[in-house]
Design a protein around this ligand. Structure first.
Ligand code: PBG
Length: 325
């Protein structure tokens, strides 16, 4: 049947009709809000490359998390800015790491009203800015695993619900699962950054986390943007190693990967709308070239439509306010 019997415009006639047949619905329940915690007290300092995002000291991050939970957002993702950096990134896994302190502080304020996810990586903590330890000028995979596992255990012991390795070392999910289990932390889940591409869209984040590599780049561990099949292989390996949730990152330039992953794996799927995706929209909006709210909702809806169950996004609070909870 075709025109004039069939007229798709009938179902686009007004807002109520359009919303009635909407296939993809966005909810604050799908969001995770990333947060940056830093040393000091009384700090709430805006990150210039990511307007509306802040570095929070431990004493200020709890109230922010209360607001996030109040908006109906179920989870935050924590990144740490350490007091000092060194060759092996000890600020990530030491006794009183900034992230472990933040987890305890947040838990006191929010109780069980918010899931606390901790990003696990060394790049914010190493003097050279790479995601693993360096041997003879290259990132050395296997010795890095133990450090990632130590960081994960310390965050889980502090009370994190989920640890999220973003380093892209081979075998890290298994190493982390084994370490958690051997410390009786069998209930701590792993959200693996499984298909993480070597992307220019992390640019603003590297200012936020002061984590730019001091030499070379991340292409020997993060994925080549040209590859699709390799993403499926990475996801399969992480699922096999014990990942509870898998992730594709970035999101909007990689909707094909999200869609393939959704079709081929029956595990919860997350996608990370990264700093560059966020800041591009903010910059265009500031120039008056695009409407910020519409760009935000359209990009988030597209990521959901492609198949992501969970979206990590710097727009989480604004989008939640707009959607209502
Ligand atoms: C740490 C990490 C990065 C991001 C999340 N975890 C930076 C990177 O890999 O360079 C990027 C997040 C963003 O851009 O919003 N490895």
């Amino acid at each position: 049947m075709s025109f004039p019997i069939t007229r798709p415009r009938r179902l686009r006639r007004n807002a109520l009709m359009r919303s009635f047949i909407q296939e993809t619905r966005l909810s604050p329940k799908n969001f995770v809000y990333p947060l940056f915690v830093c040393p000091g007290s009384g700090v709430k300092h805006e990150i210039s490359s990511m307007p509306g995002n802040y570095h929070f000291s431990i004493d200020r991050v709890g109230e922010e998390c209360r607001e996030v939970a109040g908006l109906g957002i179920p989870a935050v993702l924590l990144f740490g800015i350490p007091e000092a950096k060194d060759e092996t990134g000890s600020g990530a896994y030491g006794e009183s790491s900034i992230v472990a302190q933040a987890v305890r502080a947040i838990r006191k304020v929010v109780g069980d009203d918010l899931l606390i996810i901790c990003d696990v990586c060394l790049c914010e903590y190493t003097s050279h800015g790479h995601c693993g330890v360096i041997k003879e000028g290259a990132v050395d995979n296997d010795p890095t695993l133990e450090l990632l596992a130590r960081a994960s255990v310390s965050y889980a012991q502090a009370g994190a619900d989920i640890v999220a390795p973003s380093d892209m070392m081979d075998g890290r999910v298994r190493a982390i699962r084994e370490a958690l289990d051997s410390h009786s932390l069998t209930d701590t889940a792993i959200l693996a950054y499984s298909a993480k591409y070597a992307s220019v869209f992390y640019g603003p984040f590297r200012e936020a986390a002061d984590s730019a590599p001091q030499f070379g780049d991340r292409r020997s561990y993060q994925m080549d943007p040209s590859n699709q099949r390799e993403a499926l292989r990475e996801i399969a390996l992480d699922v096999e190693e014990g990942a509870d949730i898998v992730m594709v990152k970035p999101a909007l330039p990689y909707l094909d990967i999200i869609n393939r992953a959704r079709q081929e794996f029956d595990v919860p799927l997350a996608a990370y709308q990264v700093s560059g995706e966020f800041s591009m929209i903010m910059a265009a909006a500031r120039l008056g070239w695009m409407d910020r709210e519409r760009a935000m909702i359209e990009s988030l809806t597209s990521i959901r439509r492609a198949g992501a169950d969970v979206i990590l996004t710097y727009f989480a609070k604004d989008a939640a306010r707009l959607l209502g909870c």
